[in-house]
Design a protein around this ligand. Structure first.
Ligand code: NDP
Length: 258
């Protein structure tokens, strides 16, 4: 089998997995953060900060390894894509876990961590593969920099990154270090929707799909939406259950629409 065939199988497999993800998200096994009530010992719980680092590290490191072994790893456009990816994933793997205000004793299950490691490695193969290997079939020559798909995708990507980071930062500011409380987020996009951080993430990977114009990018953007929209719905219901004064006019994830 050629590398291109493996790439196609990995991309189509991710799209099929995305179709099953909303169902998977309803299982107790898939719960993390506020929706996880307790972690049994057999689940091999990890402290939340470590869990985030371990599960997100492959998205940065495996991606870097696969990319650097590719024949296109010194070309300008692939390098720009590489930096865009790492701007998000180096932060998510190694800096975001230091920023979060985990609850004292908070842990996440080994099943979540294990499945995220597998997923992030698979996704690294897809997306580092497409930008780093001409055998996969997509060559980002320097002329790609003047293609509108690149610019539109880059603007969408950075808009999503900004929304995601700002929204996550606002959540962090709700809790003092060492505290366990949840508060109703107020201000900015939180006046309109429950989960601007997830909206930003979905916009970001949609931008990546446009900028790379690749099946791997499309597969990851679909998966991100399939993963985060059900979680945004869970958060929305949770806020209404926990806070009788939760704003009734706040949408779930798309301002004014849903
Ligand atoms: P959440 O919004 O569930 O939580 C983010 C952090 O903020 C957690 O530390 C959480 O604490 C805290 N927090 C959330 N709401 C409140 C509140 N009302 N009051 C006080 N603290 C609060 O996000 P996730 O943990 O699900 O995701 C984190 C990041 O990872 C996001 O940027 C998301 O987009 C991204 N992500 C991307 C995925 C993808 O498929 N590409 C998949 C999953 C996440 P606690 O843990 O105690 O609830």
């Amino acid at each position: 089998m050629t590398l291109h065939n493996w790439y196609m199988i990995a991309a189509i497999g991710m799209i099929i997995t995305a179709m099953l993800t909303p169902w998977f998200m309803t299982l107790p096994l898939a719960r993390y953060g506020r929706h996880k009530l307790a972690t049994a010992r057999w689940e091999m719980p990890l402290p939340t900060r470590w869990a985030w680092m371990v599960m997100e590290a492959p998205a940065s490191l495996v991606f870097a390894l696969i990319f650097l072994l590719g024949d296109r790893s010194t070309a300008i456009v692939p390098l720009i894509f590489f930096l865009m990816w790492q701007l998000h994933y180096f932060d998510r793997a190694f800096l975001y876990p230091l920023r979060i205000r985990a609850r004292p004793g908070q842990t996440e299950s080994g099943a979540i961590v294990g499945s995220a490691i597998l997923f992030n490695s698979w996704n690294a193969f897809l997306n580092a593969g497409v930008i780093g290997y001409s055998m996969i079939g997509q060559i980002y020559a320097i002329s790609w920099l003047s293609d509108p798909r690149f610019w539109i995708g880059a603007v969408v990507f950075f808009s999503g990154l900004y929304i995601n980071r700002k929204a996550d930062h606002m959540l962090k500011a709700l809790r003092a270090p060492g505290d366990s409380v949840y508060k109703i987020p107020r201000g900015w996009l939180y006046e309109r929707i429950t989960s601007p951080n997830y909206l930003g993430e979905i916009i970001q990977w949609t931008g990546w799909a446009i900028a790379t114009w690749s099946l791997g990018g499309v597969a990851f953007a679909i998966f991100t939406a399939a993963n985060l929209v059900p979680r945004a719905i869970q958060h929305h219901r949770w806020y209404h259950e926990q806070f009788p004064d939760y704003p009734k006019d706040r949408n779930i994830i798309l301002p004014g629409v849903y």
